[in-house]
Ligand binder design. Sequence first.
Ligand code: PAF
Length: 286
Amino acid sequence: MSEPVSSLTVVRDVGSLRRRIKAWRSANRSIALVPTMGALHAGHLALVERAKALADEVVVSIFVNPTQFGPDEDLSAYPRREADDWNLLAAADVGLLFMPDASVMYPDQFQTEVRVTQVSQGLCGDHRPGHFDGVATVVAKLLLQSLPDYAVFGEKDFQQLVVIQRLVADLDIPVDIVGLPTVRETDGLALSSRNAYLSESERAIAPALYREISAVALDIANGVDVAARCTDAAAALLKAGFDAVEYIEAREAATLAPLTASGGPARVLAAVALGKARLIDNVSVP
Ligand code: PAF
């Protein structure tokens, strides 16, 4: 594939990444990292804009990380749109794109795994065994490879965000993790690279997920019984046309522990199956 013409520098190995970052550091430039798996959409570009507001220089990484996909998951089918991604990043005035391949990230003899034990359990962790170990390992590597001042992640993957916050706190990685609210279509559907798997009729059903979790969050704020309300919501999602409901739950936002009477910030989180897509979403309890 021919490389699009732009001022964007693309590096594929850790040495080149570090040389560019060292040059920025020598010039006293602050750095923000936006880790992605490519197939970029407006949600990713919002992360890039936030990164640009936070720091002098922005590094975006694109790496479809095999270790966070289970054996029955969509690794080979995961959308890859390299040329489109480059053009979007060049238009967004990003300075550096890190695009390693699997042999750079996981060379022969690679045998280290990072596991964040508690917050990786439950919710998506129960339905995607090993997923958050893969995420924690690759994010630890990306942070140590680039040593940014900030790393920006979307709140759509809320459990992932909490796992990463725990990871950097536990390993004393000197970076500020910044979470950004989910970007949505006008009908409420959270932007996701996986929305590309939805057929036209499934796309019409999909926004019901956001509507339902928003209604649950409001009812919880008004004091309804949480477990009963989540059971009703699961039934309503099936009735709306989703093929399966993996979970719909309310949790403490900071720790993902089950809700207590403490009244701290809470979150309603859900995952559903719809055709070939697995959709996740979450909202805060007002
Ligand atoms: O959210 C994602 O796109 C991925 O899980 C991440 C954080 C880039 C790690 O591969």
